[in-house]
Design a protein around this ligand. Sequence first.
Ligand SMILES: [Zn+2]
Length: 371
Amino acid sequence: MMRHYHIELEALAPIALGGPRGASRGPETADYISGGTLRGAVAGAVMREGLSPEAKEFRNLFLRGQVLYPNLYPTSIKGGARSFPAPASYRTCKRFGFDHGWMDALGGMGAEGPPPSCVHDFDGVSCDNPLVGTEGFFHETDGGIADTKVSSQLFTRTAIDRARRAVHTGSLFTIAAIPRGQRFSGDLSCHPDIAGLIEETLQPRTTFYVGGSRTRGFGEVEVTQMRPADEPTPIRQRAQQLRDTLDDDLFTVDLLSPVVLRDRFWRPVHGIAPERLREWAGADAISLEGAWKSMTEVRGWNAAWGLPKTPDMAIERGSVFAFRIPSPDGVDWNALERIENGRIGERRSEGFGAIRFCHEWHTLSAEGSHG
Ligand SMILES: [Zn+2]
């Protein structure tokens, strides 16, 4: 049984997380801390503390796949609010976003279908802006959910001539970074044998550096929370809630981080096929009903070789796969719990492969939503 921890960091300095995927013009920063970045940052910190990469503890923490580092997504609330990538099945007002509620296209798979445009009411006049897919992140609030605002700012610094310790006249550079104060959270999983070690390594108030431009004062983060994660609702119960909410026998696989899956010929797989869910669930009568998904190219760094890894194709975070399971009695719920706990696919210790079956985001209160 894996142990799960909720971890939260706060940026003590602006952090520059490198460009987003794909080509970009000008300086940009990613808006979350990937599991691979977190793992590298923590490894750097413990090495500076004197732990040798040859040590058994170091191998257990970073090299043997015993710790599944999470992608840390931005959150606006202090103290344990969970932050999620926006599910690809959500639709929000093109102009006003979550402020005008949201609708889940999963619930629109029935006869009525989703409304064509935003029905938010301005004193009797309908907003009527188109509903569009959403990107970015949201977090749970007392009454429902809110989108997480994460701003990237441009920081201009003067270049220092290191040899002369003097400012290079006219030599300025600009870095895109997330300002200090931003919080990030995620759930880390580890083998129980090294729970004590990971608790000690990431105890609250620990600081380390993530991202680039560290010598220029960027990248310092502090662990503000590290505690056992809340016990999740059993999958069987979530599945029942989903069926009750939708009044339909749908079952979803929801991706919390990009997933790198391959077939037996080592080719990238572009979705979650019903065969795969049948195998996981040990049940035959499962069909794919619909999917909201996209693919993304992911990169990485091979520390051993000091070279970039070959890019992998991944199914993008937030993707939603909707299956139909007419007779849930035959489902092996324990097997599904094990799959969810251990993540799926490749590169799981770098944050990839985090999934949740029948995620609560499909059953959130329709209060303030278009659903
Ligand atoms: Zn609207």
